[in-house]
Design a protein around this ligand. Sequence first.
Ligand code: PLP
Length: 425
Amino acid sequence: MTALFFEPGRAFAQSLDSNDPLKSFRDEFIISDPSLIYMDGNSLGRLPRRAIDRVNDVVNKEWGERLIRSWGEGWFSAPQRIGEKIGQLVGAAPGQVVVSDSTSVDLFKAVMAALDLLPERFKIVTDSFNFPSDLYVLQGCASLLNGKHIIQVVPSEDTITPDLPALYDAIDESTALVTLSHVGFKSGYLYDAAEITRRAHQAGALVLWDLSHSAGALPVSLDEWQADLAVGCTYKYLNGGPGAPAYIYVHRSLQEHMRSPIWGWFGDQRPFAFDLDYLPDAGIKRFQCGTPPILSMLAIEPGLDLLLEAGIHRLREKSMALSSYLIALFDTTLAPLGFVLGSPRQLEQRGSHVSIRHPEGYRINRALIEDLGVLPDFREPDNIRLGLAPLYTSYEDIYETIERIRSAVAGKLYLKYPAIRQKVT
Ligand SMILES: *Cc1c(COP(=O)(O)O)cnc(C)c1O
């Protein structure tokens, strides 16, 4: 740990920043307004400077000049090349990760492939911390399969930590698939993925992890856990840009036994043979579908390179120090104003964002965005989420955020906003 004891005051934050081994990475990002504090890197990562040059090249040179020749000069292989870099971040040996589609679509493909592999089993186990889109995809899969499956959504008692005994109880001989978000999107709870994977395998079930809120901020060890399947988005901690395509991991031993539910030509062994019958690629490529979105896919790579340069263990180290510092300031400054912590206090159970809760959370969040130059986000019913992106979030950002939240509440700035929800929060 970088720092275990925290002192109040800005000077302490500044001293933590000046001793931060990752501090130079902040300069790799566009920070157009230094007074704006960005606390939403867990939702949309900042723009890496290198991505601007890369996108310029892709548009002007690769598309503009090289035209269709570019398919053979790096475009066609990009889903796998970039997949391998993501693989390094999530502990996957080569040949198991490919970039394609969106997280929701990849999740659909992975769920259908898993259920297809275990047709005798009818239960899908997940929990109430999973991302709603993931739950919708599960419901859609069950509906497509004519209601043969039941989805057991294990509830949480305290809304911060999952009910692990109930989760383990739910996994039984009828379970085909256990699927969870590795880090919960509200409380930021970080699961013991190795243990859950082990328990699922003991019962003969497959496991599918959604890494959207963990990859790029903390170590993920898919091969070591012996995970079967994983998906994740690239626009959060990976800084790939809005709507950048997602990735899917299928353990090597399962690839040739699993079918993607969408048979497209990019998943075929020889797409340019234009054969009339589908013959799936032997490896991970079978989980690709159609022509990938090249512009947004190539924009992912510069952000990945930064993460790989920083090293995932150093990133986790800093992320833990950032969240610990935030919670220390929270306890002294915000708890007395009616806030309660919405995230685990135990470090090893915490991902890279911290939720703080207040009955007026929604209006306070609006005051932060519109009056106070802080961009967090809000998750119902009362969570203000503070995302900590260790590549560029500074300790002073955290100090300043807590100060501005304190002023919003102490000065009752939020009272001017209605409690009626806007569309995007
Ligand atoms: C962000 C996120 C998604 C997003 O899915 P899209 O298909 O990209 O909209 C899915 N699952 C989890 C757990 C997420 O955090």
